[in-house]
Design a protein around this ligand. Structure first.
Ligand SMILES: CC(C)(COP(=O)(O)OP(=O)(O)OC[C@H]1O[C@@H](n2cnc3c(N)ncnc32)[C@H](O)[C@@H]1OP(=O)(O)O)[C@@H](O)C(=O)NCCC(=O)NCCS
Length: 122
C-alpha cells in the first residue's frame, strides 16, 4: 500500500498542486496566488501525498490578530475525495497553530463550488 504523508507545500510543488484538478468550474485563482500564499508569513500551506503523488492541498491563513484561521483554496483529487483527506489536512494545520502559535478561536469554512451552485440556482 502506498505511503500517506503530509508536508509543507513549496514553490516546487506548484505544477503538481495545479494538476490536482479543476476547481471552481475553471475560475480557480490559486494559479495566480500560489507563490504569494507561500510568501505570506501568516500562511501555512500543506500538501497531502499518496506515494509520490500530490493528491491534496490546503492553505490556511491566520487573520484577526491570530484569532481566526481561514482555510482557502483547499482541494483533493476527485478520485481521493470522501476519504477524510481534507479533514486530516485541516486538523494537521489547526494542531500546528493551536499548539505552537496562537489561541485560534474561529475556524470559518471557505466557499466551495457546491455552495456557489446551491446559492445561484434558480
Ligand atoms: C472540499 C474538498 C476539498 C473536500 O475534500 P475531501 O478529502 O473529499 O473531504 P473529506 O473526506 O475530508 O470530508 C469533508 C471535510 O471537508 C470539509 N470541507 C468541505 N468543504 C469545505 C470548505 N469549503 N471549506 C473548508 N472545509 C470544507 C468538511 O467540513 C469535512 O470536514 P469535517 O468532517 O471536519 O467537518 C473536495 O471535495 C474538493 O477538492 N472540492 C473541490 C474544491 C473545493 O470546493 N474546495 C473548497 C475550498 S476550501
Amino acid at each position: 500500500m502506498a505511503k500517506h504523508d503530509i508536508r509543507r507545500a513549496t514553490r516546487y510543488d506548484f505544477a503538481d498542486v495545479m494538476r490536482i484538478g479543476d476547481v471552481y468550474d475553471g475560475k480557480d485563482y490559486l494559479c495566480y496566488r500560489y507563490k504569494s500564499f507561500l510568501d505570506d508569513p501568516n500562511n501555512r500551506s500543506y500538501i497531502y501525498m499518496v506515494g509520490h503523488a500530490v493528491v491534496g492541498f490546503s492553505a490556511s491563513f491566520l487573520i484577526d490578530g491570530g484569532q481566526t484561521l481561514l482555510c482557502r483554496s483547499g482541494r483533493v483529487k476527485a478520485s481521493f475525495q470522501g476519504q477524510g483527506i481534507f479533514r486530516t489536512l485541516k486538523k494537521y494545520n489547526v494542531m500546528y497553530y493551536t499548539s505552537s502559535v496562537s489561541q485560534v478561536a474561529r475556524l470559518p469554512q471557505s466557499t466551495s463550488i457546491n455552495m456557489v451552485k446551491e446559492m445561484t440556482k434558480d
